[in-house]
Design a protein around this ligand. Structure first.
Ligand code: C2E
Ligand code: MG
Ligand code: MG
Ligand code: MG
Length: 290
């Protein structure tokens, strides 16, 4: 919570500061909450960026991931993870998540992307209406379920409730792909993987970053990739920032790469020029068709 806790740095006497900070933090959170609510209801200020995922040649676009951005003049600098956390805390994530899904699916049908991935909060999956929500958005936008991927995190698979797992099973049944995001950072749900309930693993960037360092880290990444290959699920490496990382990952058998080295998250128009319908004007790299 870097930005939210920023106030703490303006230190005076310690006790005094602590009391002041708590108020300040609460106030900031409330302010963010009400501004976010306004943006959501007015449909302004919130938008999606799209980060492509590439084949090992670094050119062919295999698909893309939708990432939320908030262009608020004051709070706009807040990282996605921070205002997503506030939306989760304040009961707004189901509404926000529905907006993201609709916006992403509307975009996807305008492109030739084989698939588009959308991040889903554990709280959305706990909502009993989620599978129907996805189905109705797919129907409304005309996006084939096979072109939608939902990125979930490991915590979802470990919940006591059956609701999230049942939702995921129903969605997979309908053709939507389920991707395990940030793989390796949680308590690994190996039992879940064994039951073939996942279509793809995304190796967290904290492991990719360590690839430049010691051999142990490389061994872990290799093991994660081997696990995916043995289970016959796809594997993506996220946060690829250097040629050295890319070379190692490719040598280890990773076929899908995402990260600043290949492309940052893009404006919709930028991605459309790379993966929209072909035209005379755009001399663009190949997109693998769905
Ligand atoms: P994530 O799903 O793991 O997304 C990857 C994050 O890494 C994104 O940050 C992306 O911009 C960033 N990234 C991509 N390539 C690189 C790289 O080479 N180096 C580094 N250092 N970072 C890279 P972003 O957009 O700030 O999103 C952060 C997190 O917020 C996401 O992590 C996801 O958990 C969450 N999030 C974003 N959009 C949504 C959304 O629409 N719904 C939900 N529920 N969560 C979202
Ligand atoms: Mg993700
Ligand atoms: Mg991730
Ligand atoms: Mg991650």
């Amino acid at each position: 919570d870097i930005a939210l806790y920023e106030a703490k740095k303006n230190g005076r006497g310690r006790h005094q500061v602590f009391a002041g900070d708590m108020d300040d933090l609460l106030l900031r959170k409330r302010k963010v909450e009400s501004e976010l609510r306004k943006a959501l209801n007015g449909g302004t200020g919130i938008k999606l960026a799209y980060q492509p995922v590439f084949a090992t040649n670094g050119k062919t676009i295999l698909g893309a991931e939708a990432l939320i951005r908030w262009g608020h003049e004051v709070h706009g600098a807040l990282p996605a993870a921070q205002f997503i956390a506030i939306a989760e805390e304040r009961g707004m994530i189901v509404q926000l998540g529905a907006w993201v899904l609709l916006e992403a699916c509307r975009f996807a049908v305008r492109t030739e992307l084989p698939w588009l991935a959308v991040n889903v909060s554990p709280l959305q999956l706990r909502d009993a209406g989620f599978p129907e929500q996805v189905a109705s958005i797919l129907a409304e936008t005309g996006l084939a379920p096979q072109r939608l991927q939902l990125e979930i995190t490991e915590s979802v698979l470990l919940e006591n409730s059956d609701t999230p797992r049942a939702a995921l099973a129903a969605l997979r049944q309908s053709g939507v792909d389920i991707v395990l995001d940030d793989f390796g950072t949680g308590y690994s749900s190996l039992g879940y993987l064994r039951r073939h309930a996942i279509d793809k693993l995304k190796i967290d960037r904290t492991f990719v970053r360590l690839l430049d360092g010691d051999g142990n880290s490389a061994a872990i990444v290799k093991a994660l990739i081997d696990l995916a290959i043995a289970l016959e699920v796809e594997v993506t490496a996220e946060g690829v920032e250097t040629e050295a990382q890319k070379t190692l990952l490719v040598a280890m058998g990773c076929r899908q790469l995402q990260g600043f080295l290949l492309s940052p998250p893009l404006e919709p128009a930028q991605l459309l020029s790379l993966s929209g319908p072909a035209s005379e004007e755009n001399d663009r790299p190949a997109v693998v068709r769905a």
